[in-house]
Design a protein around this ligand. Structure first.
Ligand code: DGY
Length: 350
């Protein structure tokens, strides 16, 4: 490694972050910048070949890489289960990530999926769109003339028939709270959530939230109660071993028949086979998921893709133009701060 020019730290970036963000690096002549040249996922071989001697590495959720000289790994994501935290900690490497900047975008999409799941949007859009290129298109919609109860589903907002609406959160961090804020105008009256058993008591915060939103109740409950009470359940906890398949057959069997499940965090929290069974056998009404275990290797024979009451998106929770530029900018700023010897704007305590 004697050839490394230590006065010009090498920074390896696994995607072109676009014209709004790349100049932050390019205007720095004191760094050696190496960027994966394609729009596609960075080839792991390219990464392995280029990482030796790198001081900083900017990765996406899809990348994994070690490196002998690293000072920082900066991930353009709030989740960091793709990174070996104990390894970084052992080697004194800093970890930068991108919390907060994506909370609003993911909360927006979570509400959209709740509406889609309750109002049968996958099925009903298919009535209009399916077979578009074929002759069946002409026949499909006319086959379903408007009828009083056709395609009806449970209403997200409170109504005379259902004045109390309980929203549940598996995980109650920034994105869950941003989602709750969006649901208040829907007349949500009660909120239950479950958090990691190791998380600190939050009575003061919960009382303040309950008062701010004028809720009948806001309380932390165990998984059993979370499943039983939620009309809409948002899965919004980090991935990893501790949360693996928390939503399993036992959990889903306890949910209300009219409830909907939304997952905008990580696919690993939900057992896909159990969810497919719950939808098929109508233990719950519907599901809206932005993440699936094993993504992106999800094909049309996947059990969830076969379920008409499951609306699936390809992990686009944070995918707004504004948010992605915000995430990329923060990921770059984390690297530049580290190379300047300054505190990172958003780092994890390892
Ligand atoms: C994250 O930031 O962890 C998201 O899942 C990527 O959009």
């Amino acid at each position: 490694l004697s050839h490394i020019d230590r006065s010009r730290p090498k920074v390896v970036v696994t995607r072109n972050l676009g014209p709004d963000v790349m100049p932050l690096f390019k205007q720095r002549s004191d760094i050696e910048l190496l960027v994966w040249p394609e729009q596609s996922k960075c080839d792991p071989k390219w990464l392995l070949n280029n990482i030796p001697g790198a001081s900083a590495l900017l990765v996406m959720v899809t990348d994994k890489a070690p490196g002998p000289n690293l000072r920082i790994v900066s991930t353009m994501s709030v989740g960091y289960e793709h990174i070996s935290v104990p390894e970084l900690s052992k080697r004194g490497i800093k970890l930068g990530y991108t919390p907060d900047v994506l909370s609003d975008a993911v909360a927006d999409l979570s509400v959209m999926l709740a509406l889609m799941a309750g109002r049968n949007i996958r099925e009903t859009m298919a009535v209009v769109n399916e077979g578009k290129e074929s002759l069946t298109f002409q026949a499909l919609w006319p086959a379903y003339p408007w009828a009083p109860y056709l395609f009806c589903g449970p209403q997200l907002s409170a109504s005379a028939a259902s004045p109390r609406r309980t929203v549940g959160f598996l995980g109650f961090g920034r994105i869950s709270q941003a989602t709750l804020a969006r649901l208040i105008p829907f007349g949500i009256t009660d909120c239950v959530y479950s958090s990691s058993p190791s998380s600190k008591p939050t009575l003061e915060r919960d009382t303040a939230l309950q008062q701010r939103y004028n809720l009948h109740s806001l309380k932390r409950v165990d998984l059993d109660e979370l499943a039983k009470q939620s009309d809409v359940l948002f899965v919004l906890a980090p991935g990893g071993e501790a949360t693996y398949h928390l939503v399993n057959e036992e959990f889903l069997r306890k949910m209300k028949k009219t409830s909907v499940l939304v997952n905008t965090s990580r696919g690993s929290l939900v057992d896909s086979d159990a969810l497919a069974k719950a939808l098929r056998e109508q233990w719950i009404w519907g599901a809206g998921i932005d993440v699936v275990e094993g993504e992106p290797q999800i094909t049309d024979d996947h059990p969830l893709v076969k379920e008409p009451r499951c609306s699936i998106l390809p992990h686009i929770g944070s995918g707004t133009l504004e948010t992605r530029v915000g995430m990329a900018t923060l990921a770059v700023k984390n690297i530049l701060a580290c190379l300047n010897g300054e505190a990172l704007p958003a780092s994890l305590d390892l």
